[in-house]
Design a binder for this molecule. Structure first.
Ligand SMILES: [Zn+2]
Ligand SMILES: [Zn+2]
Length: 464
């Protein structure tokens, strides 16, 4: 029996630069290489300095969100012989995300607000040659060769759909008769495009170690919540704004949430809840990522495979150049990134035109860090004053602010149910604030007294 050793390279117990080192059977695997969404320069990197350079056999990407893939070029520079394994969708989305990061870093440096870029377009192109796409539900060795269930490979990896965004996957690592399952980000319930996760039940083989996310560990599920009811609530809220001559801004993540909401708008139009000619605006990055959703629609596990978002919803594309020319005419929907309304992004720029106008509304539909501009605005009391950035004077919030739940992360109750079924021998909660991690850890200690709940401090290696 080969044990696993685990080191959290994330730097803190938070949703930041996700990165975990696993050692087993003399092999080393890096799980994710994210970049902290609220930091810049070297501060946003995970603690790759805590593991030896050129010592890893493989890097595994759970999905293409920035907090999981954003420092992959830096990790691959330090680990020049390790291939990176991911789903085909993550490979296609990841290239777009990393090239966009280069554009952002170069723009920040040019504006004098950021340090030198951490990697270049050319470096992204060059590491892409070491990315290997592997299909769901099969087993591969660390050289990327497919192995059968009875083959005698020492360490194997396999992906299963995580239901979070296009391409997101949980990773099952088998080593000398033992199993480690890294969930990545997961949603067990259906969204509008993403189908709920298809995770192993661990009925036939035990789960020795589970690494589980805890984004919503600090928040109870609302009683009676259903996605269908939330869609109704959003439709009537949009209707009310349009009826009083206003327009709606929805700050969204470019990857995942934008495409889910485009599908929601399509359904609303089909049901007659939204006018067919109601203009919907998205950003250029969102449009590029949506193209991949459309291209892979029939080749990936998803709902509504026949829905072609760009063709069927016909969103208008806004760029950084023309965003300041946008006229806030009544009856328009601005579905713009970034989701956390970070400074200089489209949602932040457009929001500044919204705040003082009571007929308008800003609707939040996903996760936003409480300290981000989106988090502060979402939690602001009506009539209170907020600032959306260093270059924005405090301003009274007169527009309507409302939150809706279209989460791409599982509620804590569903995670609890899954963990209770899988009965892992050991579990580590990651990807959450300390209070979220603690709630889930306490729940598992109550439900599964023989399961060991570990909370290794960042940078500390534990034997599992
Ligand atoms: Zn994610
Ligand atoms: Zn994440």
């Amino acid at each position: 029996m080969q044990p696993f050793s685990f080191t959290n390279l994330t730097g803190a117990i938070e949703i930041g630069s996700n990165c975990y080192s696993i050692e087993t059977g003399g092999r080393r695997i890096l799980l994710d290489a994210g970049y902290h969404p609220k930091k810049s320069g070297l501060d946003g990197l995970p603690r790759l300095d805590l593991v030896p350079d050129d010592s890893f056999d493989a890097i595994v990407m759970s999905h293409a969100h920035q907090d999981h893939i954003g420092s992959l070029p830096v990790a691959m520079r330090r680990q020049p012989r390790a291939p990176a394994f991911m789903t085909d969708a993550t490979r296609q989305l990841g290239g777009i995300m990393l090239h966009n990061s280069v554009n952002v870093m170069v723009a920040e440096q040019t504006a004098g607000t950021g340090a030198a870029p951490l990697f270049s377009h050319r470096e992204v192109d060059s590491i892409e040659k070491r990315w290997a796409a592997i299909p769901l539900q099969l087993r591969f060795d660390l050289e990327g060769e497919r192995v059968g269930a009875s083959d005698d490979a020492d360490v194997t990896i396999g992906f299963c759909d995580a239901g979070h965004i296009l391409g997101s996957a949980g990773t099952l690592i088998r080593s000398g008769g033992r199993t480690l399952f890294y969930a990545g980000d997961v949603q067990f319930d259906d969204q509008s495009i993403s189908r709920g996760a298809d995770f192993p039940a661990f009925a036939d083989e035990p789960c020795d170690v589970m690494i589980m996310e805890s984004t919503y560990g600090g928040r109870a599920m609302e009683p009676g919540f259903t996605r269908a009811r939330e869609e109704e609530r959003l439709a009537s809220a949009i209707d009310a704004v349009f009826a009083r001559g206003g327009c709606v801004l929805m700050p969204l993540f470019a990857l995942g949430k934008t495409q889910e909401l485009l599908a929601v708008f399509h359904e609303m139009r089909q049901r007659g809840q939204l006018r067919r000619d109601c203009p919907i605006y998205i950003g250029g990055l969102s449009a590029k990522l949506t193209e991949i959703y459309d291209k892979l629609a029939r080749r990936t596990p998803r709902l509504r495979p026949g829905l072609d978002l760009l063709n069927d919803v016909q969103p208008y594309v806004v760029s950084g150049q023309n965003v300041s020319d946008i006229r806030l005419r009544p009856g328009r929907i601005f579905a713009l990134s970034s989701g956390m309304m970070m400074e200089k992004t489209l949602s932040n720029v457009v929001a500044r035109q919204f705040l003082s106008r009571p007929e308008n509304a800003i609707f939040f539909v996903g996760y936003a860090d409480p300290d981000s501009p989106a988090g502060k605005l979402r939690d602001a009391a009506p009539g209170s004053e907020v600032s959306l950035g260093a270059d924005h004077p405090v301003e009274k919030v007169l527009c309507q602010i409302e939150s809706f739940n279209f989460s791409a992360h599982a509620p804590r109750e569903t995670i609890r149910t899954y963990v209770n079924g899988a009965k892992p021998r050991k579990i580590i909660f990651v990807h959450g604030e300390p209070a979220s991690v603690e709630w889930l850890a306490a729940a598992v200690r109550t439900d599964l007294p023989s399961t060991e709940v570990l909370a290794p401090a960042p940078g500390v290696t534990v034997e599992l």
